[in-house]
Each structure stands twice: as structure tokens, then as C-alpha cells.
Design a protein around this ligand. Sequence first.
Ligand code: ASP
Length: 528
Amino acid sequence: MDSTNTTEISIKVDQVPDNVAAPESRILVVMTGGTICMRRSPDGFVPARGFLESSLAPRPSFNDGSKPDDLQIIVDGVETSYHSLRTPISTYEKHVRYVVYEFAELLDSSSINANGWAQIAEVVYQNYRAFDAFVVLHGTDSLAYTCSALSFMLQNLGKPVILTGSQAPMLELQNDATDNLLGSLIIAGHFMIPEVCLFFNHKLYRGNRATKISASEFAAFASPNFPPLATISSLKIHVSWELIYRPTHIKAFNIQTNRATSDVACLRIFPGIKPEMIDAVLKLDGLKGLVLETFGSGNAPGGADGALVKVLADAVKRGIVIVNITQCLTGTVTPLYEPAMHLKRAGVIPGADMTSEAALAKMSYLLALPGMTTEKVINQMSVSLRGELTEQTATAFAHPRDVLPTHLANLTQLGYSISKGDHEEVERLLKSDLSWLLNESDYSGNTPLHIAATGPNVDILRLLLQQGASVHIRNKSGRTPLFLAANAGLTEHVTLLKQSGAHLHSGEMATAKSHARKHLDLWRAAGA
Ligand code: ASP
């Protein structure tokens, strides 16, 4: 079956596709606090409740006046109705429909800790199926830490999670909150970027690569060692698809929340630092890991008679994990100079080009993972788990700027090989570093995974999933690959997609139920 046939099937079967008339993406906005929601008070700016009504409903760019129905949000297993709003239609001809869930206690982000991160992860987890994407509103002070922590806690993430905040409150006349929130909603609602991202000042960053660089400028964040994933200009949104990280395991989305930030610490080296100071930190009760911020490419003073290196080596022998991160904004830790080599020999792990925020978050995540040994933690610290570091051995590959014609030709070739069931050819095409094409779609909105979902070779479907193809992208008829597979009566395909975290979109449910008279068990397995 070729890609054209696949489209015909989905249109023939659904005479009136559910989402064609008014396509909309559904987004859950989680408000944790921060400047974005603050108002003036006699005591200065304080977080204020009722963000949807006070700040969004009165603004035409956030509210098209259509008064859509309420949406349900699940918190602690309890479902509650919330008012929803809808943006006017975008240049991509979609509306973004959203609800705002506010934390019971709105925080200044300088007070957030692992409990707050677990709360955000839980809300995303419990509402994962009902929404296409998530936007988290958060203070800027610890935003980069939260982004890093969530990037590890949300495992096999298949949908966008975008965090943002602002330097000035939304209710102030001159603010950056309007642009930051609208940009986050538009990107989350239109582009399948299955990462924890940070959006600020027209740029979308990988969350675990970002760091706060200004206390007052609107350009408050940077991602010094990794280019932005997307940028918004007056003309368009440019997404660098070749940079997007995609989960590559046949596993459904899950969360890991049992972490303790008190197990790890961060220490900045300075000229003249005494070995005893470092030793005192390393002997703190219950400490399991330390991020050591060193000079340049990873250098630290040795101390008289190598005393400082000895303190570190002794701690490593006691089972404490120590990671070497540079104090510089750009560049990477390498044992280029003698002092860095001494640290490496003492068992300190070179942290490559990770930010301190990412190193700290990754360490506490790994240390809390069930079944982890110190050896495994050490090993994983220098491996990229969510794109947080550049692996030293990886070859850098850049796509030529002007890729459009080749890119379309490759997509078509891939589509044909999938529909013919030619596993070898699909493998060959993907090997030539074209896997970033997997989330691209043809004229009918079908991605390679849509074609494979009804294709003759289930191994090709598996291969695409292992290369990071998204199970959540819908074609122009609003159909997911899972829907197409169930519709085509393909049990193995449905099972595999389900194992990878696929679920029917809420907009497909009604049609799925009406089709379920035929292949009842299969539609049940698909979740109808
Ligand atoms: N102190 C505030 C916070 O991080 C600053 C901000 O939101 O920008 O919550």
C-alpha cells in the first residue's frame, strides 16, 4: 500500500473527520507562580490567583470570544471542570484551546524544591492523554533547574512540555509575559517537539541546556552550548528539526518522582580554596554526589602536596559521585591540562558541556533511580540521556542550510519504501542520518509512522519507533497512527504502538467507538 492509499482509507472511512471543521490543539497550562502572575501590593509584587480570568480572558490574542466548553483536569486522581479559552486562528489554521491549573500555593520560584517538581510531573502524567501539550508557568529564578529536573523525571516523553515565565508581570503595561506565554502556546500547539523546553524572548531552548543570564533583561536566558530549538520572528516560526531530541525506546511515557535534592551539592572552586572546605562538604551527612564547578576546561588547584586532589579521591573511594563542570558559560571539560587530568585520575567524572543545573538535576535523578549502583551512576553521567551534553566521541553533523528539495525527495522515498515493506531500504535511508525526517509529514499530513501503521511490515514500524518517530502526530484528518492501524485491523501494529505510549486522541474517540462494532477487541486494545 503506498502513502496515497493510506490517505484515501482514512478519508473514506470517516466521511466527516472529527477535527477538520475547527482544528484545535488542547493545552494544559500549569501555573506554579513567579513574576508572570504577580500583582502590586503594599508589600511589593506578590503572586495572585485567577490568572485565566484576570490576565488572559480580557486579551483578544488569548481569547477569540467563542466561549468553549469547560475541560476536565485530573489532580490527585480527582477530575474537576475548568473554564477553557481559545486563541484566534493561527497562521497554521489552528486554534489553541487551553485551561489553566493553578498550584494550591503559588510560589516564588526561589522556594521550589523536589516536591514542586514532583507536583508538576504528576499533573502532566495524570492529564497526558487529554492534552496535546503542556505549558508550565514558573518564576525565572530557578526555571533552568526545574527544566533540567523535569527533563529527566519525564521519561519517554512524547509531547511538548514548555516552561516559561517573565521578567515583568502580565498585568504591568510593559511586560514580556504576553509574548512569552503566547509564543509558548503557539509552539506547543503546532509543533511536535517532544522535549522539556524553555521558551523566553522569542527563542525555544532545550530545557536542560538553558541557564539564567540576566536578572533584568528580557533576554534572561541563554543556551550557551546548544543552539535554540526554534525561534519566532515576525515572518515565521523556524524549528530546527534536526536538533530535536526524540525518545527511542518502545516504552510509554512515565514519570520518576522519588528524588531528594538534599543528597547532592554544588561547590564553586576559587583561587586559594582550602582542601578542608571541600572535605567538610564531602563529609556532610547523607551526601551522595557533588557538582564541582572548576576553572576553564576543568582545572582545580591541586593544593599543597596534592591535598585537594587527595580529598576528592578519598570521597570517590567512599562512593561519592563527583562531576567536574566548568565555570565558563561555553566550552567543555576535557583533561587537556595537568590539573584536569589529576582530577580525572582521582575518579572525578568530566561533565563535558553540561550546565551546573543539568549536572545537579541529572545526578539526583540517577541516584534516586531504583536499582542504580554507584558504578552505573558514574557511567550514565557522561552519557547523553536527554540531550543534556555533547558526547565527546559523537561526530558533529550539520545539515546544509538549503535542504528543502532533497528533504522532500527523501521523505517521498522513505514513504514508498515503508509502504512496500522494504525494511532494508528504510534502514539504509535512516542510516544516512535522515531520522529527523520521521516527524515530517506529506501533503495529507501523514508522517512515515502513519504509513508504517497500515504498512505490510511490522518490523518497519518497530524500526521507526526505535528511531524516535512520534506516535502523537495527527494527519490532516485528525488521525493518529494508532487509529489508522486499528482501522486497518492490524493487531500487531496496534500492540506495538500501544507499547510505545500511543493513545487515541480525544477528538478520535467518537469515531473509534462507532467503528468498534467491527474488530471490537482490536479497538478495545487501541483504547476505544
Ligand atoms: N523571584 C521571581 C521567581 O523566580 C522572579 C521571576 O519570576 O522572574 O519566582
